[in-house]
Design a protein around this ligand. Sequence first.
Ligand SMILES: NC(=O)c1ccc[n+]([C@@H]2O[C@H](COP(=O)([O-])OP(=O)(O)OC[C@H]3O[C@@H](n4cnc5c(N)ncnc54)[C@H](O)[C@@H]3O)[C@@H](O)[C@H]2O)c1
Length: 256
Amino acid sequence: MGILEKQVALITGAASGIGLATAQRFAREGATIAGLDIATADETEWSGVRNTAPASILLQANVLDEASVQAAVTTVLERFGGRIDVLVNSAGVSSFGAAHELPTAEWDRVLGINLRGSFLVTKYVVPAMLARRRGSIVHIASIEGLEGMSQQLAYGVSKGGVVQMTRNMAVDYARDGIRVNCVCPGVIETPLTAPLLRDFKAIGDLVVEQHLLGRFGQPEEVAAAILFLASDEASFITGHALVVDGGYTAGRRYGA
Ligand SMILES: NC(=O)c1ccc[n+]([C@@H]2O[C@H](COP(=O)([O-])OP(=O)(O)OC[C@H]3O[C@@H](n4cnc5c(N)ncnc54)[C@H](O)[C@@H]3O)[C@@H](O)[C@H]2O)c1
């Protein structure tokens, strides 16, 4: 028996990368998946979810658009009898640029998807969790929500916001049976990071060196941490930011 047996999990960003790996893992653990993404999934990859958990659905919605989020959450609640046990907010985008060269529209886009988007989905999911006095929410922050990184202003600010949003939500809902945590991944090999790792190999080599384990992470390794926080295995954990970073934030290696 899986550790999410008979649970309904809404996962944003479920068409790709960490969200997709989480959907696949949750399905293997007995959950039914309601995926939400602006993009459609690769049919072969998503069929892994559907074959394991046949009632699963993937809805198209834009987390930037409040009406689209509200409609998608309503559809999920209608489909699954008013029930969402787990919410994972994995929809996100990356961005480059220091303050003087960052277009204001790019700041708005990144903060809008990564921070406001996670707020909006949570806003519309929480009432159903409050009604059942049960729920577990996992946001996806980043090591960049804990430390600065060059040329990553909007992204880092959005992820710092996600870490603090996790704490505020944990405080607000602790006595209502709802736990709220986040993971802070290091660099994970997904379509999000593929251009960086392909086109800026010299920088990629420097960044991999900062991961003490000497490699980038895989989406399945983040999904395992998300599963732990989402499940009753983490029943006494709320308001926590769990690094899944191969030692990136643990300290520096100087080779001595
Ligand atoms: N890959 C990494 O190294 C890494 C590290 C730390 C944190 N993260 C975070 O993990 C999360 C997932 O990233 P990933 O690496 O899997 O990226 P990804 O690009 O593989 O997946 C992100 C998904 O979000 C969806 N999405 C983007 N904008 C959306 C919108 N407006 N509405 C709905 N869906 C939208 C995309 O279509 C995509 O399917 C993101 O929040 C990202 O910031 C990733």
